[in-house]
Each structure stands twice: as structure tokens, then as C-alpha cells.
Ligand binder design. Structure first.
Ligand code: AMP
Length: 187
């Protein structure tokens, strides 16, 4: 089963991805994590993207599309992909469709975790204490939220016509969100 988790930063995509990875014996593709690793390892890509990440701006489609490609075509991961934080633009969504088709796969579910801004701010403030992420200060959070609203609306529209698109109230507790996801995938 291939699943896309969609929603603003702090919506709980990472938490639910980790749950789904265990449950479905699948693989999480978190573009945020892949990009942070590039920075940590001080690679050429890492040097190019560090300012954008710390400013809450999106990294170029070209860089992100390149990073996910090898996961999609890895035979071990075939039909066992959990996308977390990708796609974030219509051009990424179209690129994903193309790669999924070319690798003879399909997307089984697109879950949109819809969360209010004030709930997200509280969650990210807590995560900052727990994980110490450099892009987790309040200013960056607000920029990331606004950037999300501005660029992902068209992606939502793009996916909302798909019968596998399911909106879930992401303001709820983690376990309740998990229960809703389970209800969809267990049928
Ligand atoms: P995340 O961990 O998903 O919240 O992502 C952290 C940061 O990585 C974002 O604020 C963006 O700067 C960058 N990023 C992650 N995924 C993408 C993507 N699909 N396209 C562009 N930038 C991304």
C-alpha cells in the first residue's frame, strides 16, 4: 500500500508515518528528514538548501524530486511507501504521479490532516523542546504555515477529486487520528 500524508507542518504527519511504517511494514519518505540529513552531512545539496530551510522557504522542486526518485524505483520499497511532506506543490504532485505510473504502482490513500494554526503553533513549540530542530522557532513556524497555505491549496484541489483523498480532523489527539486512518485502511 502507498500512502501520502498531507498537511501543514506540525499536523502530525511524522507521527502517523512512523505508525504506518510499523503497521504496514513499509518505508517513510520524509523529504524534510532527507533534506536535514543533507545539511547534517554538509553535502553540496546541504550547502545549497540550508538558508531556505532555516527561512521556512521551500527547497526547489528539482532537488526534492531527485531525492525521492530512488525510493520509488527501489524494488524492496515497491508498494510500501509512506510519503511524509511530499508532494508540496502541484508540480511535485504531477511528478509523483508520473513516477508512480512509470514504476507500475498506485497511490492507495491520500490523507489530509487538517489542523488549525493555533494548534500547530502549540505542537511545534513542544517539539522544539523535544527534538531541538533549528527550523522550529516561532517565526519560522509562522512562515512555514503561511507558505503551506499559499502553495498547497492548489495541491489539495488537485487531489480532492481523487476518490482516495480523505480529510481527517488533525486537531484531535494522536490516537484518535490513528484510529481514523486505521478505519480507512483496514477495509
Ligand atoms: P518538514 O520536516 O516536512 O516540515 O520539512 C522541513 C523543511 O524542509 C520545509 O520547511 C521545507 O523548507 C523543506 N521541505 C520539505 N519537504 C519539501 C518539499 N516536498 N518541497 C520543498 N521543500 C521541502
Amino acid at each position: 500500500m502507498n500512502i501520502i500524508l498531507f498537511g501543514p507542518p506540525g499536523a502530525g504527519k511524522g507521527t502517523q508515518s512512523k505508525y504506518l511504517v510499523k503497521k504496514l511494514n513499509s518505508f517513510q519518505i520524509s523529504t524534510g528528514e532527507l533534506l536535514r540529513n543533507e545539511i547534517k552531512n554538509n553535502t553540496d545539496i546541504g550547502k545549497k538548501i540550508i538558508n531556505d530551510i532555516n527561512d521556512g522557504k521551500f527547497v526547489s522542486d528539482e532537488i526534492v524530486n531527485d531525492l525521492i526518485q530512488e525510493y520509488i524505483f527501489d524494488p524492496i520499497k515497491k508498494n510500501r511507501l509512506i510519503f511524509d511532506g511530499y508532494p508540496r506543490s502541484v508540480s511535485q504532485a504531477k511528478n509523483l504521479n508520473k513516477l508512480i505510473e512509470r514504476s507500475n504502482q498506485k497511490i492507495d490513500f491520500i490523507f489530509f490532516l487538517n489542523v488549525k494554526k493555533d494548534v500547530i503553533i502549540k505542537r511545534i513549540e513542544n517539539r522544539k523542546v523535544l527534538e531541538n530542530r533549528s527550523d522550529d522557532n516561532l517565526n519560522t513556524i509562522l512562515k512555514r504555515y503561511d507558505k503551506y497555505m499559499e502553495t498547497t491549496k492548489p495541491v489539495l484541489e488537485f487531489y480532492s477529486k481523487n476518490p482516495n483523498f480523505k480529510e481527517i480532523d488533525g486537531n484531535q489527539e494522536i490516537d484518535e487520528i490513528t484510529r481514523k486512518i486505521d478505519a480507512f485502511i483496514n477495509v
